[in-house]
Write a protein that binds this ligand. Structure first.
Ligand code: ATP
Ligand code: ASP
Ligand code: MG
Length: 327
């Protein structure tokens, strides 16, 4: 979760229609986008499996989920909590804490197609980048460094775009995206968020995204306690990936694993310690291992590949903030 938001200074995007409201040509377009989604899922999951990552199934209800805090750009209207068997559980905002514990124990390298529920404020209906239910391809690797993860993601993204252009040429032409979608070249440029803020002010995201014709990394982003912060330098060892003319598609980090630091950060952030008692306990027992990972927003990456105006167009059943359909 980043401190900045992806609400770019662009005109409001119209909310897409639901499945049963589509005309025949719109249904054909929906099917074409579906083929790009299928290709993307197949490509990315097979690459993770090939590289020795285990594919875990997601969870929907837990006592502990991503605090999504601190985040001045946060736009969560409501958090869903429900009592089951005498305990309060929350719908998954992200599986970050599950990943840290899974990677430290039985699954050193793992990934999950994880449904995330974030009841974004209704005004986000028109950013074109927010839905209230989405899927992250969330992955984590024990002992990995930020550089390892950034290299892996660069390989995946370059390979994915090349394969979509090769295998789904007709689909991209149908979507008028074949000529504008360029295969990126690694390594991508890396920017430091503090330096960007010094140069461009609070609006750095628009500047970086609009000025670069290629994907870029932004590092050193102060945010949730689980991302690694060097207490001596104040620098954060984390990274967001921004796609050209588009915006953020992935957030990740090297993680904290030491008890004292995690505790100090949870207290500093004034979040409820009781919700993170297991991760604190494991850290205190030395059972939390250093790891690094990230989460790729599937609707956003498919939205970028297909060039749709609103990422809800990539969803069979759109989850547009403020709009609740029967399906
Ligand atoms: P933003 O600042 O764009 O609202 P975020 O930084 O709060 O997003 P993260 O917590 O970093 O989001 O989530 C990891 C990834 O999940 C993001 O990089 C993005 O691809 C995706 N994502 C986050 N929120 C949404 C949303 N509401 N709709 C669709 N995808 C999302
Ligand atoms: N998936 C993100 C990560 O791995 C966390 C998040 O969704 O906020 O850092
Ligand atoms: Mg983010």
């Amino acid at each position: 979760m980043s401190k900045q938001t992806t609400v770019l200074k662009s005109p409001p995007v119209e909310a897409p229609k639901s499945l049963e409201q589509l005309s025949e040509s719109e249904i054909e377009r929906k099917a074409v986008i579906g083929r790009v989604t299928t290709h993307t899922l197949k490509y990315l999951t097979s690459k993770f499996v090939d590289r020795g990552f285990q594919w875990l199934l997601p969870v929907a209800l837990s006592q502990c989920t991503d605090p999504l805090w601190p985040d001045p750009g946060a736009s969560i209207e409501k958090r869903i909590e429900v009592d089951i068997y005498g305990k309060t559980v929350r719908t998954t905002a992200s599986m970050i804490i599950h990943k840290l514990i899974a990677s430290s124990t039985a699954y050193p390298k793992l990934f999950i197609l994880s449904p995330n529920i974030r009841i974004e404020k209704a005004e986000r209906a028109h950013t074109g980048k927010h839905v209230y239910e989405f899927t992250q391809l969330d992955f984590e690797a024990r002992e990995a460094t930020s550089k390892d993860i950034m290299n892996l993601v660069e390989d995946l993204l370059c390979g994915l775009v090349a394969s979509v252009k090769r295998d789904l040429k007709d689909e991209l032409i149908h979507l008028s995206r074949y000529d504008t979608l360029k295969v990126p070249k690694a390594p991508f440029k890396t920017y430091d968020k503090q330096e960007l803020e010094a140069e461009y002010g609070a609006d750095w995201e628009t500047s970086v995204v609009m000025e670069n014709g290629a994907p870029v990394w932004v590092t050193n982003i102060p945010r949730e306690f689980y991302d690694f912060e060097d207490f001596k330098t104040g620098k954060w060892d984390n990274y967001d990936l921004f796609l050209p003319q588009y915006g953020e598609v992935m957030s990740g980090a090297k993680r904290e694993w030491e008890y004292e630091k995690i505790l100090a950060k949870i207290e500093r952030d004034k979040i409820n310690k009781d919700n993170y008692s297991l991760v604190l306990k494991l850290a205190e027992q030395g059972k939390l291992k250093p790891c690094a990972g990230a989460g790729i927003g599937m609707e956003r990456i498919v939205g970028w590949l297909t060039g749709v105006k609103h990422i809800a167009e990539t969803q069979p059943f759109p989850r547009i903030p403020g709009i609740v359909h029967e399906l």
